[in-house]
Design a protein around this ligand. Structure first.
Ligand code: PEP
Ligand code: MG
Length: 567
């Protein structure tokens, strides 16, 4: 069977099939006189389920994945919503459904409403609705067992949980068990199963369709978290092959883990900075754990998305300051709001003719000075706690740099007037993601403190390929000589002026192109924390000066670079 692999790794073990109350509850009609009592039964079950979730959130063990607390709170809030009880009770009164039937119908209705939403984050909330309803159904049925009574000690291999979906609360209960993998019928890469499994580092495949119904407790399963394949009751030969893969992968990870504290230094003694990209403040912990030299890109727009209102100055300050404090003196690059194009505010229905070329990022911020000023004040306040590097996205003109500086000066004046303390030791840089500035980079290098190349957008604009359009995805080519020449030109300009230049697009975290980037002269890479050690390994095996000669000669001839020839 094939699903979507969301946590890499291999798992081999026996299936432990999780109960799915929503699929198993009885549906029957009640007598009109019993409707009141049925509503009470429902109300009690909702209260019990909510109290359980609140209790779990309040008494989380220290070693529980840190994502669980907020997720449990969201689930208890969903149960707190009086609409859930009222509308389900209406179904009981009007249609004389039993409580379980009414609740399943209401749950399906709500989940469908969410799955129709355009915003991916809100669509995924359909899963939260299903999960809290599953919990109430379990209370109604009086059965709290998640898994049938498998003898956990009877097997050498850990169990593989097979479920319709796994809620955060289920994850908490399963934690500590000998589970080697998670398989679910529902869910995508941002589902809770994926998030929590990732933080537990347990291979997981989601979106398997009707897999759960086909599997029996004790079936032997192989989970391939790379390809998303799941093999059921495989032959001895296949098992042996996967055991070998599992052992090789474990050895590779163990070898990489040793690199955490090793310097990112090339064979010819050039020190390379490896930083982390994050989207939420909590992810800074993963950056520290991976040994990152700093945060090279905090995509601040994620604080603004998936909500109806805008985050206040105080809320933003807390978020930025928490990252700065977590990084303990290492630099933190916070990108100002990059909205428009593929990322929009909730309820923003403006449809630009071509949003990727429209009012996005710095253009949006300069057109919405209040939103921009609030963010700048929060950034300046956060820079009191460490070194903040303010990064402006999508710069195409020098006057945008001047306007940003004026906006920062005005934010400083506002804070002075209010008597609010802030740090003055910040630096100001720009994303290089529009070909125009990569070509005419000199004035930008001169007037800014640093540059960061956003290859994701730079490639899209250079090759006129929409980065989100699957029909042209095969033409999205990071190795196109034109793209590489723009990178080289920007890096060289930075080098001449003594200003740092980083790459923070996906290319920076792709260990297959690390040597090529070193050959272009790059000394700062920013990537997802999980990619950092793979890249460090490449760095430590590279000889920059030899690579520079090879890469420069290919670029002069505008030839494609042969990656194999660089290793
Ligand atoms: C980029 O464009 O390369 C980049 C890092 O920014 P984003 O992916 O957020 O557009
Ligand atoms: Mg970008």
């Amino acid at each position: 069977m094939h699903g979507q692999g969301v946590v890499k790794g291999y798992a081999i073990g026996k299936a432990a099939v999780m109960s799915a109350a929503a699929l198993e509850v009885a549906h029957y009609r009640i007598a009109p006189d019993d409707a009141g009592a049925e509503c009470d039964r429902l109300k009690n079950a909702i209260i019990i389920a909510r109290d359980e979730l609140q209790h779990m959130a309040a008494t989380l063990p220290d070693d529980a994945p840190r994502e669980l607390g907020p997720l449990l709170t969201v689930h208890s809030l969903l149960l707190d919503d009086p609409m859930l009880f009222q509308q389900t009770c209406e179904l009981i009164n009007e249609r004389l459904y039993n409580a379980e039937w009414a609740l399943t119908s209401q749950g399906q209705f709500l989940a469908e409403q969410f799955s129709l939403m355009e915003d991916e984050y809100l669509r995924e909330r359909a899963a939260d609705i299903r999960q809290v309803i599953e919990r109430v159904l379990r209370v109604l049925s009086g059965s709290t067992a998640l898994l049938s009574n498998l003898d956990v000690d009877a097997f050498n291999d850990p169990f593989i949980v097979v479920a319709r979906d796994i809620s955060p609360a289920d994850m908490l209960r399963l934690r500590g068990g000998r589970f080697g993998g998670f398989l679910t019928d529902l869910g995508g890469p941002t589902s809770h199963t994926a998030i929590v499994a990732r933080s537990m580092n347990v291979p997981a495949v989601v979106g398997l369709g009707h897999f759960r119904a086909l599997i029996r407790d004790g079936d032997t399963l192989i989970v391939d978290g790379f390809s998303g394949a799941v093999l059921v009751n495989p032959s001895e030969q296949v098992l042996a092959e996967y055991r070998q893969r599992q052992a090789d992968y474990a050895a590779e990870r163990a070898e990489l883990a040793l690199l955490r504290d090793a310097p990112a230094m090339t064979l010819d003694g050039i020190a390379i900075k490896l930083e982390a990209n994050i989207e939420l403040p909590e992810e800074a912990i993963a950056a520290v754990e991976a040994g990152a030299d700093g945060i090279g890109l905090f995509r601040s727009e994620f604080l603004f998305m998936g909500r109806a209102d805008l985050p206040t100055e105080e809320e933003q300050y807390q978020a930025y300051a928490s990252v700065v404090k977590t990084m303990g003196g290492r630099p933190v690059t916070i990108r100002t709001l990059d909205l428009g194009s593929d990322k929009t505010l909730d309820g923003d229905v403006t449809v630009a003719t071509n949003p990727a070329l429209g009012l996005r990022a710095i253009r949006y911020c300069l057109a919405n000075p209040e939103i921009f000023a609030t963010q700048l004040r929060a950034l300046l306040r956060a820079s009191l706690h460490g070194h903040v590097r303010i990064l402006i996205p999508m710069i195409s003109h020098m006057h945008e740099v001047h306007a940003t500086r004026q906006a920062i000066e005005s934010a400083c004046r506002d804070l002075d007037e209010r008597g609010v303390p802030y740090g003055r030791d910040y630096s100001l840089g720009a994303m290089v993601e529009i070909p125009a500035i990569a070509i005419a980079i000199e004035p930008f290098v001169e007037s800014l403190d640093f540059l960061s190349i956003g290859t994701n957008d730079l490639i899209q604009y250079t090759l006129a390929i929409d980065r989100g359009d699957t029909d042209v995805a095969d033409l999205y080519d990071p190795m196109h000589p034109a793209v590489l020449r723009l990178l080289a030109h920007t890096i060289n300009a930075g080098e001449r002026a003594g200003k740092p230049v980083a790459v923070c697009g996906e290319m920076a975290g792709d260990a297959r192109v690390t040597k090529m980037l070193l050959g272009l002269g790059l000394t700062e890479f920013s990537m997802h924390p999980q990619q950092l050690l793979d890249v460090k390994k490449e760095v430590r095996q590279a000889h920059t000066n030899a690579l520079r000669v090879k890469v420069a000669s290919a670029l002069n001839r505008a030839e494609r670079i042969d990656l194999a020839a660089l290793s």
